[in-house]
Design a protein around this ligand. Structure first.
Ligand SMILES: [Zn+2]
Length: 231
C-alpha cells in the first residue's frame, strides 16, 4: 500500500485530534471500534478501514493473529505506581491490565524490590485493537510512512499481544528510563532487565521477542507477556 500526500495529511490530522483527546480521556486505550469511528470524519474512516484490511504478513511479520474483538475481561486501571525507597510516584499515564495479570505483576515487583530495591513500571498494558490502530499509525508517522519498517516494530490491530488478554503483554520501563523506556535499547542494560531475565518466568512472564526471533519483530527487551504462573 502506498499513501498519497493527501492521505498522509489525513493521518497526521487524525492523530493530532486523538492525542488531544487522550489527555482528558484516559479510557481511550481501551476503546472499541465504534468509539474510534465516532471520533473520525468520513475520509479518516475510509483510511482507517484500509489499514484494518492489511495483512502484516506481506511486510514480513510472522506472528499470531489474536483477532480484533474488544476484550471483555476485568481490567484494572493503573495510574501512579510507588517508587521504592522514596515518597515519589511514577507517573507514566493511565494503563490497564486484566486483573489476574495485574496480580502477577505486583507479586513479581515485590520480589524484585526485595532483591534489588528496584521495580518495573507499566508503560503499556492492555490496548484495545481499536487503540492499537492509533499506536500503529503513530509509529508509521514516526517511521516516515515506511510500512515494512513499522511492521517490524508494532503490530497491526488483531496481531498484538497487548490486545490479547490470554497472552497479555506489558511494556516495562524503569524509574531511570521513565516514559522513554519502551523502544529504548538501553532497557537491556538496566538492573531491572537483568533481574527479569533471571526471575520473570517464575511469575509467569516471558520475553516475547528475543534477539533474532522467528516472528519478524525487532528485539524488544521491554516487552514481556504473561502465560500464567509456571511455578
Ligand atoms: Zn509491547
Amino acid at each position: 500500500m502506498r499513501l498519497s500526500t493527501e492521505e498522509r495529511r489525513t493521518i497526521a490530522g487524525f492523530l493530532k485530534k486523538i492525542a488531544t483527546r487522550r489527555k482528558r480521556d484516559t479510557r481511550l486505550r481501551v476503546m472499541g471500534f465504534p468509539t474510534l469511528f465516532r471520533l473520525s470524519v468520513e475520509e479518516e474512516k475510509v483510511l482507517l478501514k484500509k489499514f484494518l484490511a492489511l495483512d502484516p504478513r506481506i511486510y514480513g511479520f510472522k506472528g499470531v493473529r489474536y483477532g480484533a474483538a474488544a476484550s471483555s475481561v476485568n481490567l484494572v486501571m493503573i495510574r501512579k505506581e510507588h517508587i521504592p525507597k522514596t515518597r515519589r510516584y511514577f507517573s507514566g499515564g493511565t494503563h490497564f491490565l486484566p486483573r489476574g495479570v495485574f496480580g502477577a505483576y505486583q507479586k513479581m515487583n515485590l520480589a524484585m524490590t526485595r532483591d534489588i530495591g528496584r521495580r518495573v513500571f507499566v508503560l503499556s498494558g492492555y490496548r484495545s485493537p481499536a487503540y492499537q490502530l492509533v499506536v500503529f499509525l503513530e509509529t508509521l508517522t514516526e517511521r516516515k510512512f515506511d510500512l515494512k519498517r513499522t511492521a517490524k516494530h508494532v503490530a497491526l490491530p488483531g496481531y498484538s499481544e497487548h490486545g490479547a488478554p490470554k497472552r497479555q503483554a506489558i511494556d516495562f520501563t524503569t524509574r531511570d528510563l521513565g516514559e522513554k523506556g519502551a523502544d529504548d535499547p538501553a532497557f537491556e542494560r538496566t538492573q531491572e532487565y537483568r533481574w527479569l531475565a533471571k526471575h520473570a518466568r517464575k511469575f509467569g512472564f516471558f520475553l516475547s521477542y528475543p534477539r533474532g526471533n522467528r516472528w519478524g519483530v525487532v528485539f524488544e527487551p521491554w516487552h514481556w507477556h504473561y502465560r500464567g504462573n509456571t511455578r
